[in-house]
Design a protein around this ligand. Structure first.
Ligand code: MN
Length: 203
């Protein structure tokens, strides 16, 4: 028996969501959730578990794999992380606007919440092909909007992710077909700023 035979079949698992798959309708349909969470996200996690087996990453925390790996392992580890982060930002009963320290920081760095949404939407709309647009906090505590192609993630860049929006077509094509702008416009209605605010405070 090799050591890999004794490892649990699943090192990482699909996270449970604090809402039903139809709870984000009409902005995000149950069918999209069945594919996006139930199939795409699950596949990244299955691939990740397969790729780390027998490597130095087999007992590593996911963040460590995202920061240090490359190639297929990075792609699947980052996508596993990104999707968990993304789905846990969403809520059927969200706090619609930031408050407290995060609200002040957004006003300081973008002028206003409306201006932030405009800049974020512009970045997400113009990201060519598949990828993610993020609100991040840098080393000095300054807020920034960054976009990365494919499974790109802020952690290897030394940035703290606060909000990540998936602009892969699989995130919106069932509900919005090619209209990424419409998907983004409706997405604001299901983002829970309470969660984003807790991340800002490092909770
Ligand atoms: Mn996705």
């Amino acid at each position: 028996m090799t050591t890999t035979d004794t490892l649990p079949a699943e090192t990482f698992t699909l996270p449970e969501l604090p809402y039903q798959l139809n709870a984000l309708e009409p902005q995000i349909s149950e069918e999209t959730m069945r594919y996006h969470y139930g199939k795409h996200h699950k596949t990244y996690i299955d691939n990740l578990n397969r790729l780390i087996r027998g490597t130095r990453y087999q007992n590593a925390p996911l963040e460590e794999i995202v920061i240090n790996s490359d190639g297929a392992l990075f792609n699947n580890a980052a996508q596993a992380w990104n999707h968990t982060f993304y789905f846990l930002t969403l809520s059927p009963d969200p706090q619609m606007v930031p408050d407290g320290e995060l609200a002040e920081a957004i006003k300081r760095d973008f002028g206003s919440f409306e201006n932030f949404k405009k800049q974020f939407t512009e970045a997400a709309s113009t990201l060519f092909g598949s990828g993610w647009t993020w609100l991040v906090k840098d080393h000095d505590g300054k807020l920034k909007i960054v976009s990365y192609s494919n499974g790109g993630n802020p952690l290897p860049h030394g940035l703290t992710p606060l909000l990540g929006i998936d602009v892969w077509e699989h995130a919106y094509y069932i509900d919005y077909r090619n209209a990424r702008a419409d998907a983004l416009a409706n997405h604001w209605d299901v983002i829970d700023w309470k969660v984003v605010g807790q991340r800002y405070k490092g909770l």
